[in-house]
Design a protein around this ligand. Sequence first.
Ligand code: G1P
Ligand code: ZN
Length: 544
Amino acid sequence: MQVKTVPTRPFDGQLPGTSGLRKKVAVFQQPGYLENFVQSVFDVLPDLPGSTLVLGGDGRFHNDAAVQTILRMAAANGVARVIVGRGGLLSTPAASELIRKSGALGGLILSASHNPGGPDGDFGIKYNISNGGPAPEKVTEAIHRRTQTIDRYLTVESADIDLQRDGATPLGTMAVEVVDPVASYARLMQQLFDFERLRALLTRPGFRLCFDAMHAVTGPYAHAILEGQLGAPAGSVINGTPLPDFGGGHPDPNPTYADQLIGRMFAADAPDFGAASDGDGDRNMIVGRRFIVTPSDSLAVLAANATLVPGYAAGLKGVARSMPTSGAVDRVAQALGIPCHETPTGWKFFGNLLDAGMATLCGEESAGTGSDHVREKDGLWAVLFWLNILAVRGQSVEQIVREHWQRHGRNVYSRHDYEGVDAGIARQIVADLRDALPTLPGRTVAGLKIARADDFGYTDTVDGSVSRGQGLRVFFDDGARIVLRLSGTGTEGATLRLYLERFEPDAARHGIETQAALQPLIDAAEALTGLKARSGRQQPDVIT
Ligand code: G1P
Ligand code: ZN
């Protein structure tokens, strides 16, 4: 099969420091755009010829076309074998698992995570390395440098590969191996969780669960595992068919976008347990009957109850959370006498800690929870973990969380997102607060006294790399804090994220409504930043 060399021009495709490329579909549809990125990845991998790669995505619009393009390019670049999920589908955690299990050099994951899909939506691609995790900065920087000098890409001419049929098909000298996207992942879940006990819970008369796949990639996984292997009644999984535009929805499992699930969980006849996952299956939201578990609390509850679950019965080596995530898990770590690591936002920082055996569980306030079983956060894994805890403890979600607060105190927490803000204004708001940081300690705003303020920086204890400018933090003298940072994943204007946290030790006050409890901090944040006034917003677009 003839290898074709196609001339191309450099493009500034990938921002240094981000783990992948995320743009509007129309951008990806430009001739040579995807090809430039993929060839840039291939060009910086010295071990590519003769290697195995894993390939799959969340099924969003353009997934099919991109898979075929990448297969041809992989063949032209001397890859020996590409393992592809049937239909071009693989959830992000399942791709991570397959990379690890198959001994692949790495994998290409097609997704824009929780961003909307469809012809007018977003598309994305990222490269994961052999440990199954997102490429570290030195690799993404090399890819970025290559996108700026690239002048050709390699491909072959061939008909599309049939991705619906399992098994191997040759493409030139390369083998395309189509696999069930669920099977290998499901086997790992069986090793970690007590499937007998889960089956007993899910088939118990009167126990009902609702899993909202949001028309994204976890549909097939949830149908196969929750309904198929664990016996949950048909219909327990809703929106379980992946659609290229996610049914027009925004596949982000939060109380705003997963409104169908929230509607069911707050209805008079609500199920016992509700959960949702995002576009590519790495995020999760856990909901009890008329009770939403915040992701930061979820991480803390999983850590506190880990030894009830077979895969973690021996205890945790440590835990890790991103800086904006609440300190609830810190309190559990302290009680357990294990280390708690605080990293910048983004999953890639956990990879080194997991590889080095310094942490077993990790999580982010943005609905990401995971462990050392893969090197990505894992939505369905978190759901099975919660169900395993419910099965052992025989209590409701709400009872478990309330008992947790009683024991450890409650970190009252919320995130306010201002989306699609004019990028110049958003940057200025952040810059002004950054400039003011040294003047803040000792000042009183909205009745709260500021103890200290900084711009979060992180030194990776494993590889020594330093990341600065990871979020502005203002701490008050009662331990409360606000954090302000610009999102790195939005594709329209800028998204400003304001994180609010206050510790409430008094059990009598744990029932207090979250936003009301945080009102003094909300006022202080506005006094410090003028965020609402300057962005012209009355309210945040999303509150989690
Ligand atoms: C967001 C989340 C962050 C997560 C990332 C990828 O990034 O806040 O925790 O790791 O998506 O899922 P951000 O848009 O805030 O940069
Ligand atoms: Zn995701």
